[in-house]
Design a protein around this ligand. Structure first.
Ligand SMILES: N[C@H](CCC[C@H](N)C(=O)O)C(=O)O
Length: 277
């Protein structure tokens, strides 16, 4: 039995979407996710997205990073599955129930409310997450925000001058972050504009990170650097982030279906039959 997939991306953050809402799939585990994500042997993606039936919402979205880790949130993928659904959707995730809906500028997603307490990021010990007394070389004085998944944000003059290939993994795996961390380096260019690069937990440097854009925008708003609606421009393009008065984060941006295909699960170490994991 071959398994069908849809290749999608959000500003170049690319995904393989497997749809088990109507028909069970063989168990998807971290090994299968890693094999499918491998750009050398597989179809290649940053995250594997698995859609399943849900009792809480219209469907459940599970997110596996390229290293196989299953995580709580993925902003770009949430817009992608919102596009696939074609109408407003209530999406159950490990990070909470999200609402995605088509809008004039792509797909808008209510990403939930940010969390700032050290044990909600989480950090390994108590610390002021608003201005953290820690640093890695030129990256100092970060702010930490959880938007369903954990992010640390550094404000710098030029994000493209930062050696993310060296500092990204160093910070991602620092013992200060017991669940690891997504690493954001951003520059504020106006009261309503920022540029951002993200080293993603479990995926590395990506062309865009929706939750990174949300966390970075909120961090800048908390520090009074930008207004409550800001355009965050990543290497793959812009996202508009608004922090509503009710504390809900709203992210709006494009989502794209690239192509559809199928693969033989045996090629990826997956059993042929069985039900979803
Ligand atoms: N690497 C992230 C998950 C994917 C986030 C990113 N692709 C997005 O669009 O939000 C994590 O481990 O929390």
């Amino acid at each position: 039995m071959r398994i069908e997939f849809t290749k999608m991306h959000g500003l170049g953050n690319d995904f393989i979407v497997l749809d088990a809402r109507e028909r069970a799939l063989p168990p998807i585990d971290s090994a299968a996710a890693t094999a499918l994500a491998d750009r050398h042997t597989g179809i290649g993606c940053d995250q594997l997205i698995l859609l399943e039936p849900s009792t809480e919402g219209d469907f459940r979205m599970r997110i596996f990073n390229a290293d196989g880790s299953e995580v709580e949130a993925c902003g770009n993928a949430t817009r992608a599955v919102g596009l696939l659904h074609g109408r407003p959707a209530r999406i159950e995730t490990l990070g909470g129930l999200l609402h995605a809906s088509p809008s004039d500028n792509g797909i808008s997603v209510e990403m939930g409310k940010p969390r700032f307490d050290w044990d909600r990021i989480p950090l390994a010990y108590a610390m002021d997450t608003h201005s953290m007394p820690v640093g890695w070389d030129e990256l100092t004085d970060p702010i930490a925000v959880n938007v369903g998944n954990p992010h640390v944000i550094f404000f710098v003059a030029d994000p493209y001058a930062v050696d993310m290939d060296r500092l990204g993994p160093l910070i991602e795996t620092d013992p200060l972050f017991p669940e690891r961390i997504n690493v954001n380096v951003a520059a504020v260019t106006a009261r309503d504009a920022m540029t951002l690069r993200v080293w993603e937990r479990g995926a590395g440097l990506t062309r865009a990170c929706g939750t990174g854009a949300c966390a970075t925008a909120i961090g800048a708003m908390k520090r009074g650097l930008v207004d409550r609606r800001v355009t965050v421009t990543l290497p793959g393009g812009p996202l508009v982030i608004e922090w509503r008065e009710d504390s809900e984060i709203v992210m709006t941006g494009p989502a794209t279906e690239s192509f559809r295909g199928s693969f033989d699960p045996a090629d990826y170490g997956m059993p042929a039959g069985g039900t979803g994991a």
